[in-house]
Design a protein around this ligand. Structure first.
Ligand code: HEM
Length: 465
C-alpha cells in the first residue's frame, strides 16, 4: 500500500474538532486510588496534566517500581535498541495467560520466537492481499444491513465489533469458530473486564483474594470461548481435508514439532489470542474514526468523496487502497487520539538508565500510547482531531517512536498490515455509501482497560448518500 503520487489535497484553515478528554487533575493522585476509586473503573482517568508535559515519572505500586516513559528516544531504547535488557512482564503475562494461555502475545524467549517465525508468513502485506476481498464482502454485508434496517440510528460500536469479528472468523477460521459475533463480544468483554480489573491478589500472590461478580462473569466468558474453540480445533484435527487457512497452518506447524495434546493446546491458545487481539482493536479504531468524522463534517465530506471516487474507478481492493490518501491520514490520526492498545509494558532484566534515571533489574517500564500520542512536547494542539498531522510532509518530521499504536521492534503487532488494510477498506466502503451524524443528547465518553472504547456505545444517524 502506498500514498499515491497524485496526492494534491490541500486543507483550508479551519477550526479543528476537539473531543472531550477525561478530567486531568493538577497533581499525581495517590497510588491507592487506582485500586478503589473511579480510576479503577477507567484506565484513562486520573492522569494529571504533568503526565502530558513530562517525559518521565517513577511510582511505586505496592511491591513494584514503575517507570512511566513518554520520551521517544527512551521508548526506542526499550522496545528496539536494548531489547535484551527488557522482557514482557511475567506478572502481566501471568494475568493475561489466564485467558490467552501460552499464545504469541503472552510468551517470551525461544517459545515466542518459534511461534512468531511460524505465524509471520500469514501476515505479510503480500499475504494480507488475499484477505482483502473478504474485508470488502463483510463491510458490504454490514452496509446492506444498515440500508435495509428499520431505524436510521445505528450503534456503530456494536456494528464495528460484529464486522471485525466476522472478518477474523472468516479469514483465520473459515467462519467455523462455532459462535456468533454477539456471543463473542459479550463474553470477550466480560473476560477483558475481569483481566484488567485492578486487583491486589495477583500482585501479592493471593489471587483468591479478589472473588467478585466481575471475576465470576469473566470466568464464565472464558469457559464459553475456550470450550467452543477447543471443539473447533478437535473438528479440524479430525478433518481429513481441512480448509487451508491460518488455523490449519497453525495446527499443522505445532503438530510437526510437539506431541498431539500439546499441539492442540498451543493451537487453542493462539486461536483465543488471535480472536482476542485481532477484532476488538480494529473495531474500536473503526468506531473512533466514525465518531471523529461524525463531528467534523468537512473531513467526512473529503473522506467520503475520496472513497466514492476510489470505488467508482474500479479495480481490486489493493488498487482501491492506493487511492485513499486522505482517509489514511484520518485513520492514522484516529489511532493517535484513540490508540486501541492503551499500554505497553516491559520488565527490566538488568540495571539500566532511562531519561537520566536509574532502572533496576525487576523494575517495570510502562509506555502508554494514550499519553505519548497526546503529549504536549511531541504534538501541536495534541487533543485536537487533525488528520493533517499525518500528511506525508508532517510525518517526515515525527520521531519514529512518538507514534506507536502497533508498538514497535520485534514484538510489533503481527496484525498491523492486516488491520490497516481492513480498517481502510471497511471505512472507505461505508463512507462511500453513508453519511454519519451525531445523535442529539448522546455523550461520548472514552473508557479504557486494555482497549479504549466509548463507554455507552456510539449511536450515530446513518443515512445513505
Ligand atoms: C488497529 C488494530 C490493532 C492495534 C492498534 C494493535 C496493537 C497492538 C500492539 C500495540 C501490540 C504490541 C503489544 C506489546 O508490545 O506489548 C500488538 C501485538 C499483537 N497483535 Fe495487534 N493490534 C491491532 C490489530 C491486530 C490484528 C488484526 C491482529 C491479528 C489478526 C493482531 C494480533 C496481535 C498479536 C498476536 C500480537 C502479539 C505479537 C507478539 O507479541 O509477537 N493485532 N498489537
Amino acid at each position: 500500500m502506498s500514498d499515491t503520487a497524485t496526492f494534491d489535497w490541500a486543507p483550508a484553515p479551519r477550526a479543528p474538532f476537539r473531543p472531550a478528554t477525561p478530567e486531568r487533575p493538577e497533581d499525581w493522585l495517590p497510588v491507592w486510588r487506582i485500586f478503589v476509586d473511579k480510576e479503577a473503573q477507567n484506565a484513562l482517568n486520573g492522569w494529571p496534566k504533568q503526565a502530558f508535559d513530562d517525559h518521565y515519572k517513577a511510582r511505586r505500586v505496592l511491591t513494584l517500581n514503575y517507570h512511566f516513559i513518554s520520551d521517544p528516544a527512551a521508548i526506542q531504547h526499550v522496545l528496539m535498541d536494548k531489547l535484551g535488557n527488557y522482557q514482557k512482564p511475567p506478572l502481566v503475562n501471568k494475568m493475561l495467560s489466564v485467558a490467552l494461555g501460552q499464545g504469541l502475545l503472552t510468551t517470551d524467549g525461544e517459545a515466542w520466537r518459534e511461534q512468531r517465525r511460524m505465524m509471520a508468513p500469514v501476515f505479510t502485506p503480500h499475504m494480507v492481499t488475499e484477505f482483502t476481498p473478504t474485508f470488502v464482502r463483510i463491510a458490504q454485508q454490514t452496509g446492506d444491513r444498515w440500508a435495509t434496517g428499520d431505524s436510521d440510528v445505528v450503534d456503530v460500536a456494536a456494528e464495528s465489533l460484529r464486522t471485525t469479528f466476522d472478518i477474523i472468523n472468516a479469514t483465520l477460521f473459515s467462519s467455523a469458530a462455532g459462535f456468533t459475533a454477539q456471543e463473542a463480544s459479550g463474553h470477550m468483554a466480560a473476560v477483558m473486564k475481569a483481566l484488567t480489573q485492578y486487583r491486589l491478589g495477583p500482585i501479592i500472590g493471593m489471587p483468591w483474594l479478589d472473588q467478585n461478580p466481575v471475576q465470576w462473569r469473566g470466568a464464565a466468558g472464558r469457559r464459553f470461548i475456550i470450550d467452543r474453540l477447543a471443539e473447533f480445533i478437535a473438528r479440524r484435527q479430525a478433518d481429513p481435508a481441512p480448509p487451508q487457512d491460518f488455523m490449519t497452518r497453525v495446527i499443522d506447524a505445532f503438530s510437526a514439532t510437539h506431541p498431539p495434546k500439546e499441539a492442540a493446546r498451543l493451537a487453542l491458545d493462539n486461536a483465543v489470542t488471535f480472536l482476542g487481539a485481532g477484532h476488538e482493536t480494529t473495531a474500536n479504531a473503526l468506531t473512533w474514526a466514525l465518531y471523529l468524522l461524525s463531528r467534523d463534517r468537512q473531513a467526512q465530506e473529503w473522506a467520503g468523496e475520496e472513497a466514492r471516487a476510489a470505488w467508482d474507478t474500479g479495480g481490486t481492493p489493493e488498487e482501491v487502497l492506493t487511492r485513499l490518501p486522505y482517509l489514511k491520514m484520518v485513520w492514522e490520526e484516529t489511532l493517535r487520539l484513540y490508540p486501541p492498545a492503551v499500554r505497553i509494558d516491559r520488565e527490566a532484566l538488568v540495571d539500566d538508565e532511562l531519561c537520566g534515571h536509574r532502572v533496576r533489574k525487576g523494575d517495570q517500564v510502562s509506555i502508554w500510547p494514550w499519553i505519548v500520542h497526546r503529549h504536549r512536547r511531541l504534538w501541536n494542539d495534541p487533543d485536537a482531531f487533525n488528520p493533517e498531522n499525518f500528511h506525508p510532509e508532517a510525518k517526515a518530521a515525527h520521531h519514529r517512536f512518538q507514534y506507536i499504536p502497533f508498538g514497535a521492534g520485534p514484538r510489533v503487532c503481527i496484525g498491523a498490515a492486516f488491520a490497516q488494510a481492513e480498517g481502510l477498506l471497511v471505512l472507505s466502503h461505508w463512507l462511500a455509501r453513508f453519511r454519519f451524524r451525531p445523535v442529539a443528547g448522546h455523550t461520548v465518553e472514552p473508557t479504557g482497560d486494555i482497549a479504549i472504547r466509548p463507554k455507552s456505545g456510539l449511536p450515530l444517524i446513518v443515512e445513505q448518500v
